[in-house]
Ligand binder design. Structure first.
Ligand code: GLN
Length: 284
């Protein structure tokens, strides 16, 4: 048997030796998951013993992390906006910058009781769609994804938040599916990397996250934005909102596409590196 603080110190060293930057934080998250405690409460428990079975389970999770598996896949959870999502391999891990899309929409539509029809293109885990459904209590939504695995994960999140009655999931290629409804909001965080950019990502991402959710096209990161603007403009009501997360250095090209296709840009958001990475456009 070992003490909480001993286990954390040892695991931190082991993770550091594997070049994992967030070693201590990761060790604490894994141990708090095993002990079913809040991470910050570990301080209060640092002199408590961890029993054998718990330590064994912890070591299993630690091995996964040592093999570069992202924490969210190991603990099957990731927080996004106001909720915790069930996450597993097969769906992209929600990123904090994607929350800005929700923030921009919530700022634009003050009436939280408004009846809204929402479409999430490439819904993955469902984090965007579900956040919007929870934000707007009378809204309904469609989640579209080409990956069956991602849709299974999304379904679990819809069950978790009891949103069946307001959600429909569609499986298919966005260029082939038939959608007859008109929407008030279309939101998408499509794949936007070129293959050369993907190659530079960390092992955590490349070994575990679905490539299909990250890479747009060999040489054209803007591919899906053009497709979405072309195919779904007529699916959006006049006065409706289109919210995109976009990649680094894609702003000028996407702005041009939007303006040339009857959209007015009403909000945009720069990340720390000063690149515009989120955009909100109004259908004219
Ligand atoms: N909409 C999901 C997210 O933002 C999935 C995005 C994707 O798979 N490209 O996390």
């Amino acid at each position: 048997m070992a003490l909480v603080q001993e286990i954390i110190s040892k695991a931190t060293i082991e993770l550091k030796n594997k070049n994992i930057q967030s070693a201590r934080l990761d060790a604490e998250i894994l141990l708090s998951t095993v002990l079913k405690a809040q991470r910050l409460d570990l301080v209060l428990k640092e002199n408590q013993n961890v029993d054998f079975e718990e330590e064994q389970l912890f070591n299993q999770l630690l091995d996964q992390r040592k093999n570069n598996e992202p924490i969210a896949y190991i603990i099957k959870n990731k927080s996004f906006w106001n909720e915790d999502y069930y996450i597993a391999r097969g769906a992209l891990i929600p990123r904090p910058e994607t929350e800005i899309l929700i923030e921009m929409i919530a700022k634009k539509i003050n009436n939280r009781k408004k009846n809204l029809n929402i479409l999430d293109i490439g819904c993955g885990s469902g984090c965007l769609l579900i956040s919007l459904l929870k934000e707007f209590s009378n809204s309904r939504g469609v989640g579209l994804d080409i990956s069956k695995q991602a849709l299974e994960i999304c379904k679990k999140n819809i069950s978790k938040y009891n949103l069946h009655h307001r959600t429909r999931l569609m499986h298919g290629d966005m260029n082939k599916v038939k959608i007859v409804n008109k929407f008030d909001i279309i939101v998408s965080n499509p794949p936007y990397l070129k293959n050369s950019e993907y190659q530079k990502l960390s092992k955590d991402i490349k070994q575990y996250e679905p490539k299909i959710a990250l890479v747009a096209n060999q040489e054209d990161g803007v591919f899906f934005y053009r497709e979405i603007i072309k195919k779904f403009s007529s699916t959006l009501k006049v006065g409706g909102l289109l919210a995109f997360e976009i990649g680094d250095k894609q702003w000028n090209e996407i702005k041009k596409e939007l303006v040339n296709n009857s959209f007015k840009i009403i909000d945009r958001y720069k990340l720390i590196n000063d690149e515009i990475r989120c955009v909100l456009a109004l259908k004219l």
